[in-house]
Design a protein around this ligand. Structure first.
Ligand code: PEP
Ligand code: MG
Length: 546
């Protein structure tokens, strides 16, 4: 048995034969250039044909209700209509006497390299998309279209395969489809590249950072891909193969992964339904920025249970504008394609207040929803940013420091205003975005029956709940002995809240540090907690225990 390690980018396990995908070797532009006019005409015709192809794929994705796929392809359409791209191609054809094929190749490389030079990782990874679009146009120009190796391999039809490739373009993955590709192993790619995002949304386990050439000797061998840990285990004899099949069967029976090869994300994609399907809590991640999101994906998080948005405020040193927030939330939602991302509105306290609010002698408990409701314009701006991001996947919003029913009603009213503004501007968002509350004050836990009628879900913030229940604060080390989450008073409040959630049929998670406490996992499962959200580092161990 041989084990290869890489970086996990899409969770789940898959069993299949290894198949190396070698992209069609096209004429690669060795041909002589014709008259510039003929070359430019050839380019225009190929771009038109590519637009038509992508439009067809958009409508196919639409009929599969694959919003992410449709959006991705829409962005390709925009790229194909880009005037700057065409004028650079034209310049090379007329100015340097290049063929259309060579000109497209060179301009797309230039565009891709420009993106690769940017600091923003998300934008950097968009260079794949430029190459994808160009590659399709070049396929058409080379007249080999659509005879890619991939479609030939699909026709063999005895998949599903574990596909090995230097890199795979999103459209290639889409064209091959889930029935053919059980798992994906590439050398290039990241969790936020579109191929990574698509693999997750299609439920295809994937890993990257693997030297594919080294695996040539194993082509055709049966192997198991562990998309949670980033491992590829290749069977080398009959005994190995039996072990691999047993291992895969066991994992499916345990319900830790999907039911079939290639459906690893099926359970995770449905968020808290994981519990309904498997009788155990889903494991989500607490994040506060891009690095955490990457780490959460790598460690197999099944969603984000708490996105602490204050980090944006702290990073900027002031209230971030709507666009900055939108980009940050959208990135998280896209990275978790389809899986739930719960974004908590600012929990900014007296020590870090919005402009204009300084100067008052504030209580340390003046924070969270209390500050948001006193600064409605900023609050509405944040809700607009979250709503806009909700168009790109599954976002939910959560309000911190709730103590009363009226606060939830007020927050929902501001949400309605934000929605109406977006509707009037024709900006898309998820009309049914879920609005939950943090239960992190004893007051909220004690009236959780009343609050469960106002909120779509609860998330227990056990850090504050413990501090406020035990009258101990969270900061003073002299209080440490009192800050006891195992105290019966805290556990009773948690239990009470869980019961109220169950009776109303709303979801309940825990996002405070107690969620990762090994001594309490069984108790939380028995209470009917749907989701435990912890720091990414703690996810693998918690997954074993849940
Ligand atoms: C909590 O209070 O448990 C919680 C998760 O929120 P924070 O730690 O950000 O206050
Ligand atoms: Mg809190």
């Amino acid at each position: 048995m041989k084990e290869i390690k890489g970086t996990a980018i899409s969770p789940g396990t898959a069993l299949g034969r290894l198949y190396i995908y070698r992209r069609n070797e096209r004429a690669s532009g060795h041909e002589e250039a014709r008259e510039p006019e003929a070359e430019l005409q050839a380019f225009d015709a190929a771009a038109l044909k590519a637009r038509k192809d992508f439009r067809e794929l958009v409508s196919e994705a639409g009929s599969r209700k694959d919003r992410l796929g449709a959006e991705l392809l829409e962005s390709y359409l925009t790229m194909l209509s880009d005037e700057e791209f065409r004028s650079e191609v034209k310049e090379l054809i007329y100015g340097s006497g290049l063929s259309a094929m060579k000109a497209v190749n060179s301009v797309s490389e230039r565009f891709a390299e420009r993106l690769e030079g940017l600091e923003d990782e998300y934008l950097r990874s968009r260079s794949d998309d430029v190459r994808n679009v160009a590659s399709h146009v070049m396929d058409i120009l080379s007249e080999k279209y659509p005879g890619s190796v991939l479609s030939g391999f699909c026709a063999e039809g005895d998949g599903p395969y574990l596909l090995l490739a230097e890199e795979l373009l999103p459209t290639e993955l889409m064209r091959a489809g889930k029935g053919t590709v059980a798992g994906l192993v590439t050398r290039k790619g990241t969790a936020v590249s579109h191929t990574g995002i698509l693999a997750r949304s299609m439920g295809i386990p994937a890993m990257t950072g693997v030297d594919i050439e080294e695996l040539e000797a194993f082509e055709g061998a049966e192997a198991i891909l562990d998309g949670d840990q980033g491992r590829l285990i290749i069977g080398t004899d009959e005994a190995d193969l039996k072990d691999l099949r047993d291992q895969c069967r066991k994992e499916r029976e345990n319900g830790a992964f999907g039911q079939e090869a290639g459906t690893g994300m099926a359970c995770a994609a449905e968020g808290s339904d994981t519990r309904a399907a498997y009788g155990r809590p889903a494991i989500y991640a607490n994040v506060s920025g891009r690095e955490d999101i990457e780490a959460a994906l790598r460690s197999g998080a099944e969603g984000i249970g708490l996105f602490r948005t204050e980090f944006l405020y702290l990073k900027e040193g002031r209230m971030p504008d709507e666009e900055t927030q939108f980009q940050a939330y959208k990135e998280a939602v896209l990275a978790f394609s389809g899986r739930e991302v719960i974004i908590r509105t600012f929990d900014i306290g007296a020590d870090k207040l919005p402009e204009g609010a300084e100067g008052r002698d504030m209580s340390p408990d003046y924070r969270g929803i209390r500050v948001s409701l006193d600064n409605r314009d900023e609050f509405r701006t944040q809700l607009r940013a979250i709503l806009r991001a909700s168009a790109f996947g599954t976002a939910a919003v959560m309000y911190p420091m709730i103590t009363s029913v009226w606060e939830v009603r007020e927050a929902r009213a501001v949400m309605e205003e934000a929605k109406e503004e977006l509707r009037l501007s024709g900006i898309p968002f998820d009309e049914h975005i879920r609005q939950g509350i943090m239960v992190e004050t004893p007051a909220a836990a004690l009236i959780s029956d009343l609050l469960s009628r106002e909120a779509d879900f609860f998330s227990l913030g056990t850090n504050d709940l413990t501090a406020y229940t035990m009258a101990s604060g969270r900061i003073d080390e002299h209080m440490e002995a009192y800050l006891d989450g195992h105290h019966e008073a805290v556990l009773r409040l948690i239990d009470m809240t869980a019961r109220a959630a169950r009776e109303s049929g709303i979801g309940i998670g825990i996002c405070g540090e107690l969620a990762a406490d090994p001594e309490l996992t069984d108790r939380f499962r028995e209470m009917g907690i749907d989701e435990l959200s912890v720091s990414p580092l703690l996810i693998p161990a918690l997954k074993e225990r849940r």
